[in-house]
Write a protein that binds this ligand. Structure first.
Ligand SMILES: *Cc1c(COP(=O)(O)O)cnc(C)c1O
Length: 355
């Protein structure tokens, strides 16, 4: 791998926009912090790395990421620990994963120093933008996209890697209702389902809209071959509890390997839960529901950590889950992960890092 220049040039904003923001009422995903990191790849190596005021990156309409979707991203959060210091949750895993996504889309790896040092320096510079634990968190979006001005379909030779951030309010996720449908597929074996590739999310918009029109919040994705094995829900990994056993689909290449999923598996195993990673069909869930053995179901992901599932529509009927207050596993996980991620509980795993 090309050794990058570690030097990060900083061009600070003239006047912070922070005073215009009410941190107790942050509109989700629309307010961006003062600065962003921008690194450019060309001539076979990463060139300038710069932190500059957040703003537009001018580009031509012919850039290949806009035309052919050669773009990958990450999602992570910084929380404010009780000490007041911003902390990150497993940032190395996001670094590794963006490069796995990049490899799948024929993009060059981002060097570790650009990703990690750039991230830390950016968060330090905009640390005033990290809301308190009660107010929310700072959402962090690393993004890489192709910038060749060329309309042939081929891997670009130039790229921009950038990181921008936005403060987000506390995520009081309502329990979601999901529609398991055979009409659309998120990912097929050999496809890009395990990459955080931009196009995957565009392809999910129509099924998502149709699910909403039928009164559900999101799609419960089934596998593309047999259309019965559960893969993910919306943009989260998914877990079920049946007969006191926690079950989540195993990673087959069609499922995004979530860092929250991995953390949940570790916590459950270390606390003596019975855990299985294996194919789980919608018919098995439906049968467990009919027999009164379906105890819990939840999604996992950085945005909301744990999202309870209230009901699942399938084959013309609704599989309904027990009241949220009765859900031992998901409630325990939600509390525990929140406490660890915000530095309020000791972290035996080394998951939480300062900046
Ligand atoms: C990002 C993402 C997840 C969750 O991953 P985390 O690392 O836990 O945030 C799950 N599924 C999809 C499709 C995703 O894009």
């Amino acid at each position: 791998m090309e050794v990058a220049q570690t030097h990060i040039k900083v061009q600070p904003i003239a006047e912070s926009r922070l005073s215009q923001i009410d941190m107790n009422d942050i509109p989700f995903g629309r307010v961006f912090s003062d600065h962003m990191l921008v690194a450019r790849y060309r001539d076979g190596k990463w060139q300038e790395v710069q932190i500059e005021p957040y703003g537009p990156l001018p580009m031509a309409p012919s850039v290949s990421s806009l035309n052919y979707g050669q773009a990958v991203f990450e999602g992570m959060k910084a929380h404010r620990a009780p000490s007041g210091a911003p902390v990150l949750f497993r940032p190395q895993d996001n670094f590794r994963r963006i490069n796995q996504s990049a490899a799948r889309l024929c993009m060059p790896p981002v060097p570790e120093d650009i990703f990690m040092d750039g991230l830390r320096e950016l968060i330090r510079l905009d640390s005033a933008w990290v809301p308190s634990a009660e107010q929310g968190a700072l959402y962090i979006r690393p993004l890489m996209f192709a910038t060749d001005e060329y309309i042939g379909v081929k891997a670009s030779e130039s790229y921009i890697f950038c990181i921008f951030t936005c403060p987000v309010g506390p995520y009081y996720a309502e329990p979601v209702s999901l529609l398991a449908s055979k009409d659309y597929v998120r990912a097929a074996i050999g496809g890009t389902g395990s990459a955080k590739a931009a196009g995957n999310y565009a392809a999910a918009l129509l099924p998502d809209r149709l699910a909403k029109a039928q009164g559900y919040n999101n799609i419960l994705w089934l596998d593309g071959r047999e259309q019965q094995y559960i893969e993910e829900c919306g943009t989260m990994n998914v877990f079920f509890v049946i007969d006191d056993t926690v079950i989540t689909p195993r990673l087959t290449g069609t499922i995004l390997p979530g860092i929250t999923r991995n953390s949940v598996l570790q916590l459950l195993q270390d606390h003596g839960y019975k855990v299985e990673t294996r194919p789980i069909s919608i018919y098995e869930v439906q049968e467990a529901f009919h027999e009164g053995r379906l105890q819990d179901a939840f999604g996992t992901g950085t945005a909301a950590t744990i999202t309870h599932i209230a009901r699942i529509g399938f084959g013309g009927e609704d599989i309904t889950l027990p009241a949220v207050a009765e859900r031992k596993v998901s409630n325990w996980l939600k509390d525990t992960l929140y406490q660890i991620r915000t530095g309020q509980q000791s972290d035996p795993y080394g998951w939480v890092e300062g900046v």
